[in-house]
Design a protein around this ligand. Sequence first.
Ligand code: NDP
Length: 495
Amino acid sequence: MSETKRHHHFIGGEHVAPSSGEYFPSINPATRGVLYEAARGGAEDIDRAVRAARAAFEDPAWRDLSQTKRGHLLRRLGDLIGENAEELARMESSDNGKLLREMRGQLAGLPEYYYYYAGLADKIQGSTIPTSDRRVLNYTTREPLGVVGAITPWNSPLTLTTSKLAPALSVGNTVVIKPSEYTSATVLRLAELVLEAGFPPGAVNVVTGFGAEAGQALADHRDIAKISFTGSTATGARIAANTASRFIGSTLELGGKSPNIVFEDANVANAAMGVVAGIFAAAGQTCIAGSRVFAHRSVYDELLERVTERARTIKIGDPLDEATELGPLAFEDQRDKVAGYVDLGRSEGAKVLTGGNATDAGLGGFFYEPTVLVDVDNDMRVVREEIFGPVAAIMPFETEEEVLRLANDTEYGLAAGVWTSNLSRAHRVADRLEAGTIWINTYRAMSPMSPRQGFKNSGVGIEHGTETIKEYTRLKSVWVNTSEDPVADPFVLRS
Ligand code: NDP
């Protein structure tokens, strides 16, 4: 019998056993098989990692490295991820159950994030400010913050870690990552690649473990300069309150309940595929899932037929099989949560048009059928709360005003889809929707170049694009008196 592999933390460039001596199993959600054991981190491990990151931050080998050379390191890291993409995609697919072809796609795009921020590394600059006194030179610089704590979820571990890591490193921070307890392996491997790329030991550290232990300890650590978090709104709110009380910043990418709106003038065949992509891809386990579908009354029946037909033929099975279209939910509680919501919907009066059952797909895992709910309205909990599974609620509407009101009637504001062939309407509706990302005649598109942020309870702060650089730097204003004149009056404010 082969022994289960054990992963330690990765601290200061080394694999480090947890101070508790404890490990916990990571389960393959497709088969319930144990994949490996991860170290159970706590406050002591976090402290060790933060100290290693702080030492790396202050080490001239990193602090004084030119911006151009930092860019070279990021480029090398992107190359290494590309060279190891297949291994990483397989690891991630086994760990969280997402389709191998989805993870291959994500991995194929991942180096681009490092190349993008490599390119930006030597273009971060301040400005010269004209004050009212010509004898004064006033300029600004952008400095790294220090040690950034990154806390990430299980649904796209490497992509969501990269959204934080690449910009944080590009401007000279060092990082401690606490990955989700369900998906530690690829983030640990990424930290090894960071070292291989030539970053100094301690520039990137990973402490694995549970949210209430390692996650909380990282968020609470006094030497952390910032927390960058992706996860649920409830945890995000706790982190926001905690960081605010210590006057440090946080970037929070949280949950969603995004509307996907199909107007009467849309190409309904394309819109139906957009609805399927929005809610059944990744088994609905994406923050940007288009879980609330609004279809104009005149195309409602056609859209319903197309979406339901496709949902019924979705191939459920082994995520490593190229032909599979829907893998398992990431862990048992998540599958039970999805099942619980569909049962709740039934009790609230919703009709299940297709799906509505848990299955093990003959593999023993935590699968749930692609599910379409109708006879639902905006007041039901299945329409208001994030399910994070393959469950679409489809509702008809009559007018543009009505659908805008319904779409915006949510605590979330992460993303929205609009399907229309009317150019004026497309822009008008995009303007009125309360969400940080609007997709018109497409869904689930993402690029390192395009900034995104959640409105309302979907988050605070920007990820991707050039804007995110501000999240990982602080601005310093330097005043230089260039005159040799004697100080005229020390009791007067100078400009
Ligand atoms: P959680 O908030 O439960 O967990 C996210 C991370 O936070 C995990 O690493 C978790 O550890 C950790 N954590 C949990 N409790 C604490 C705590 N008290 N202090 C510090 N860290 C803690 O979210 P999920 O893992 O369930 O992820 C799914 C959620 O993420 C969904 O709501 C989804 O919408 C959101 N999400 C948002 C995205 C965005 O970009 N806006 C993208 C992807 C997901 P552990 O795993 O051990 O619990």
